[in-house]
Write a protein that binds this ligand. Sequence first.
Ligand code: FES
Length: 169
Amino acid sequence: MAAIAQSIFSPETAARFDHLVTLYPLKRSALVPMLLYAQDELGFVTEAAIQEIARRLDLFDLDVRNVLSYYSMLRTKPAGRYNVQVCTNISCMLRGGYEILDHCKAKLGIGHKGVTPDGMFSLEEVECIGACCWAPAIQVNYDFHDDLNLVKVDRILADYADGLGKDVK
Ligand code: FES
């Protein structure tokens, strides 16, 4: 494919995209991984990212938008520094997932897809995150926290707020 003259992405991500399109028989198969890498780098999938990814995959912007709107883990608006995802699927629901979600809503003062005014936390109710055996579970950015109760949730949120969370840099 022709090189993208001016990429909005870092050289590392642009090189990763160049490589991704060589891995699949159909270029569009690289769409979801590209969107995830774009989100990792930019914090959310911007208009410019949509346009560049469409160009790289010979798609219309609308094709990219359709996939983007389908997957709940992809965002078109900034999340908080710590994105708290609370699972309410069956295993977690039976073990207090909705209580944890309601507790997080009250504690953070935001609803589903909300962001705290200081940008520290965002909150999402999500489908199964693959930790059913240790339900109830939440995911904060890429870190899992399981076998939870409300006291543990309070401690986890406090640790992130204090810069002590698992993935705090
Ligand atoms: S149902 Fe919650 S992690 Fe699977």
